[in-house]
Structures are given as C-alpha cells and as structure tokens.
Design a protein around this ligand. Sequence first.
Ligand SMILES: Cc1cc2nc3c(=O)[nH]c(=O)nc-3n(C[C@H](O)[C@H](O)[C@H](O)COP(=O)(O)OP(=O)(O)OC[C@H]3O[C@@H](n4cnc5c(N)ncnc54)[C@H](O)[C@@H]3O)c2cc1C
Length: 452
Amino acid sequence: MSVRFAIIGGGPAGNTAATVAASLGAEVTLVERDLVGGAAHLRDCIPSKAMIATGGELSELTRARSMGLHAEGRLDVAALRERVAGIEARLQRSVTELLESQGVRIIMGTGRLTGADRLVVETTDGTEELEADAILLATGSRPRIPDWATIDGERVLTTRQAYPPPEIPEHLVVIGSGVTGVEFTHMFSALGSSVSLVVSRQQVLPYKDAEVAAVLEAEFLSRDVRLLKGARAQSIVRDGDRISVSCDDGRVAAGSHALLCIGSVPNSEGLGLDAAGVQTDERGCVPGDRHCQTNVPGIYSAGDVSGRLPLSSVAAMQGRKIAEHVMGLTARSHRHLDYDKAASAIFTEPEIADVGLVEAEAFAVGRKLRVTKVPFSANPKSLINGDPRGFVKILSDPATGVVLGGSIVGQNAAELISVLAVAVTNGLKTVDIVDSLLVHPALAESLAEAAD
Ligand SMILES: Cc1cc2nc3c(=O)[nH]c(=O)nc-3n(C[C@H](O)[C@H](O)[C@H](O)COP(=O)(O)OP(=O)(O)OC[C@H]3O[C@@H](n4cnc5c(N)ncnc54)[C@H](O)[C@@H]3O)c2cc1C
C-alpha cells in the first residue's frame, strides 16, 4: 500500500513536498484555504519583486542617459497592477498544473489536525475527514501587527496591502529596516514616492555586514530617503489623507501613507495542534528536528511556520527533504539542511546577496578568516553596463582555503551569489573558483578575482 501523505498549506513548502512525494509514489492530498502556490509567496514575494522590476526599469532609463540614450519614463499604475496580477495568476496556474500532473489531490478548504494521524478539512461544501501515514504542516505566516497600530488598508498598510497599490504614495513612511523594509523603501522611491524610513538601530539591515548596509544607506540618501536612525515607532495617527508616525525619541515622521514592515507571525493557531500533541515554541512556531519532524513522529513542519529562515527557497528545500524522509529515501537526504549555508538576497538597487558566515559575527567569536574584497569599479562589464557600484567579498579559511561565506553588492548580485552558495554548500576552495574558466567580460570575473 502506498504512503498516504497529507499536507496543510500549498505554499513553496507544501507544494514542493507534494510534487516530490507524489513523484516518489506517495498518495498525496494537499489542503489549501486560499491560494495554491502560497499566500506569502504569491502575495508577498512575487508581487514585490515584480514591482521592484518596474522600478528598476525606471532607474535604467535614468542610467541610460550616461550611455547616450535619452528616453522618458512615465509610470502607468493600472498597467503595473495588471502585470503583477498576471504574474500571480500565471504562477498559481503553473503550480496547480504541476501538482495535478503528479496526481496530487487538491482540496480547497481549511485543514485542522484531529489526531496524530488524522485531520479534518472544512470546505464550502461541508467537512471531509482524512487519515494519513504522514502529515506536513506548511501553513506559512502573516504580517505582524503591533498593538499601537490600527491597519485601515488605505493609508496605514501591512506589506500584503501595499501592492498592487491603487496609487503610488506621495510620501510613504516605512516602519522597520530589515529586508522587507529596505525592499519597500527601494521599490517606492524608485517608483516616485518620497520615503521616510524608521530604523530602530543605528544601521539599516542590522543583521547584515556593516559595509553592505553602508552602500545601501548611501544609495538611499542619494535619493533623498529620510533615515530616522535609532528610533522606534510607537503610534500611527491618521488625519484625513495624512498620517504621522511618532517615535520613542520624540521624532515624528509625517507622510501620506504608513507601511509596517516589522516581521511576521506564524499561522499556527486553529490548527488542532493540541489534539495531536504537537508542541509550539515561545513564538508560536512549530519547530522540527533535523528531518523537520515535530515532537510527534510522522507530523512534520516546514516553511515560515517552522520558525526557520523565512525564505521561499528554504521552505521549498525543507519540503523536498521531508518528502524524501517520508518515502524512506535516507540515502538521498543524508545531507541535512544546513540553514547557516542558505543564500539570500535583497532586491534593492544595488542588489545585495550573501551566503554563509558574516564577517563581524565570525570575528566576534574569534574565528580566523581570510577576507578578500574586490570592487566592481575594476570590472570591465560593470563599466560597460554603466553601473560600477558595489563589491564582492569572500570569506575563506586561511589554512585550507575552503570558502566559508561571502557578500555581493551590485548588479545581478542575487544571481552571482549562486557561485558562492555552491562553493559554501560543497566545501569548495577559493582555488576552485580561481581555476574555473569564466566568461569575459562578465561580472562573475570579480568573484574569481576576489577568490585569488
Ligand atoms: C514582502 C515579502 C517579500 C518576500 N520576498 C522573498 C524573496 O524574495 N525570496 C524568498 O525566498 N522569500 C521571500 N519572502 C518570504 C517568503 O514569501 C516566505 O518565506 C514563503 O512564502 C514561505 O513559504 P510557506 O510555504 O511556508 O508559506 P506560504 O507561502 O505562506 O504558504 C502557506 C499556505 O498555507 C495556507 N494555509 C494556512 N493555514 C491553512 C489551513 N489551516 N488550511 C489550509 N491552508 C492553510 C495559506 O493560505 C498559504 O497559502 C518574502 C516575504 C515577504 C513578506
């Protein structure tokens, strides 16, 4: 008899687990209450990147002047909305088609555990009970809303309400300067808004390399973004078409819209966790072991609800590993996920990407490192492209040359970091990068130079 695998949540974690398990012969049922493809994925990740791409094109037009090309850009917000909606719909369709082609049964409804090997699904037609040999909780997360903010969906927004926007805000106050906050700051300033950014620490991106953050801050200042450093927002007041955000140091940021970018909370309530004896941590996340299995054997958690790195890429990889574990493929899944080696990117301008060790943290614990840094201004392709901003930094073990991490700031950083991600994951040495015959002229040549 084939393994019966039930999955609650159809985001990157759930749909990857479903397709991989089905391709390995499992009888898979996927329960989704909203969007097959994932609420966070289709409502946050994809539309934000689509809008950033439009902002990027506008910036390109400005840069093109230095290449002898004079063209004017005029933003058509209706067309932008249509484009974003079109991308979402297309991705949703392709995920659904892939699941169906693998024989995954999709039930549109809300799932809840009723025991360690059973769940109930509430649909518009009634309820359905399912039994399963393995269950995956992949219910994602939603934006965190603090007590002091009243979201009205018009002028005071969470990230899910910021796109596609009915209008481009005249002056947006972004609260929070982590990855999401800086991406929205970049996106709306590129699309023509004035932006004020409330930064609770002394640097944007507080957990990133200080040199990386400095490049982004300089870029924001060159676009007249107002940085309120060391300020924590305490209240948001709306008065007609205006909002004002008051901070704990007495400063007030006034604008036309406020956008909260202060993290997310896991979708773990109402999931019947008690009925199955599944434990949560202090944040309400459902943690798992190295196989992503919760404290109840046979019940797994993946994606944002698991409390690990909140990235689509990590969610999908967890889903893949879980499917292999459920199907007993221990040989293929012998390499456990090492979250410290996950590559990530920030889609600002310039782009920022990193992987592995962060320099300051490594030095703080006394780790010896070889750090090499090469600016893109020395790279011919950067000059040809008319954008010499940024650098490549590689961290390696001084004794062995093994690549331990790196940061890239500049054009196509999110693509280029893949080279370092492969090196970090597979224990490659700097010499392996240096000895590779790369294309010329190419931005990737700076990787080889930094590795040398
Ligand atoms: C603004 C923003 C931008 C981002 N950009 C990126 C990026 O560029 N790159 C990146 O890697 N990550 C990005 N992320 C993070 C990424 O979106 C999430 O990490 C990812 O979507 C998590 O996948 P998931 O499968 O855990 O959850 P989701 O994608 O949220 O999917 C969970 C699904 O479960 C469903 N569900 C919940 N409860 C139930 C229930 N009881 N019954 C049935 N269904 C249920 C939900 O409807 C949802 O569809 C971004 C996040 C934000 C907020």
